[in-house]
Design a protein around this ligand. Structure first.
Ligand code: IPE
Ligand code: IPE
Ligand code: MG
Length: 246
């Protein structure tokens, strides 16, 4: 069956009223995608950006509320400097061509992660993207860069200590704690996808995935298509979410 026909068939099985409200994706496998083709790892990252374009467009058209993409982890700083600097050049490439379309599609861009660690240029590019799309009311697009779940929890605790010392808060509960996280004001992800056949979380959204549905695929991120996204959404809709109840 043609991909378009498979897509149509899947779309007919997906309930548009029960779409995940927040999808998180661990975009993994760029390096292996390239190695299998005898290409340098950076070709995998370059192709991975193309997948980002396609998945962002499709998700926003589909009516997904928020999409959080894990692009660079706090641990990825330990990679060889050449790879790190290549990865750091990608946001500019992406926003240069994509920003007008993001604005047009009513997408609201956001940076989540330890901004201080990022090169000034990367911060500026994403901040410009965030400012240009700040008034948009459609899909929220979070880029997780220099992001780690533990870093996020620790920075929340430190800010809470400061606010408590200043007398602004006395106690924290789930809701208040969530407000100190990078995803404040967003619902927790209800679907998390990891590509490349690795079955782990790798320090992504540790707090937020307490009740998230996890979908794993063998496909490397550069080969991930809108059809794979639909398959994940379909699988999500087949799950019985109990939240501890019966
Ligand atoms: C994901 O692909 C991109 C980042 C983590 C930055 P990888 O670069 O991890 O690719 P593999 O896992 O080595 O194939
Ligand atoms: C997770 O992928 C981080 C991102 C996709 C940005 P990694 O490739 O860094 O994860 P591990 O090292 O296989 O756990
Ligand atoms: Mg990897």
């Amino acid at each position: 069956m043609e991909i378009k026909d498979q897509e149509k068939e899947l779309l007919s099985l997906i309930d548009p009223d029960k779409l995940p409200v927040h999808i998180a994706i661990i975009m993994d496998g760029n390096g292996r995608w390239a190695q299998e083709r005898d290409l340098p790892r950076q070709e995998g990252h370059r192709q991975g950006v193309e997948t980002v374009r396609e998945i962002v467009r499709y998700s926003s058209k589909m009516g997904i509320g928020a999409l959080t993409l894990f692009a660079f982890s706090t641990e990825n700083w330990k990679r060889p400097p050449g790879e790190v600097s290549f990865l750091m050049s990608l946001p500019e490439k992406y926003f240069k061509t994509e920003l007008p379309e993001l604005i047009r599609n009513n997408v609201k861009v956001n940076l989540v992660g330890d901004e201080e660690k990022l090169p000034r240029k990367v911060r500026r590019i994403i901040r410009e993207g965030a400012e240009a799309t700040a008034a948009n009311s459609g899909m929220v697009l979070n880029f997780a860069l220099s992001y780690g779940g533990r870093w996020e929890i620790i920075q929340a605790v430190n800010r809470i200590i400061e606010d408590a010392a200043a007398g602004k808060i006395k106690k924290v509960d789930d809701e208040i704690f969530s407000q100190y996280l990078c995803t404040a004001n967003l619902p927790d992800p209800d679907l998390m996808i990891r590509t490349s056949g690795e079955y782990r979380i790798s320090n992504f959204l540790l707090w937020q995935i307490a009740y998230c549905e996890l979908v794993y695929t063998e496909t490397y991120w550069p080969s991930f298509t809108t059809l794979d996204l639909l398959k994940a959404v379909h699988e999500f809709q087949q799950r019985k979410r109990r939240f501890g109840k019966i």
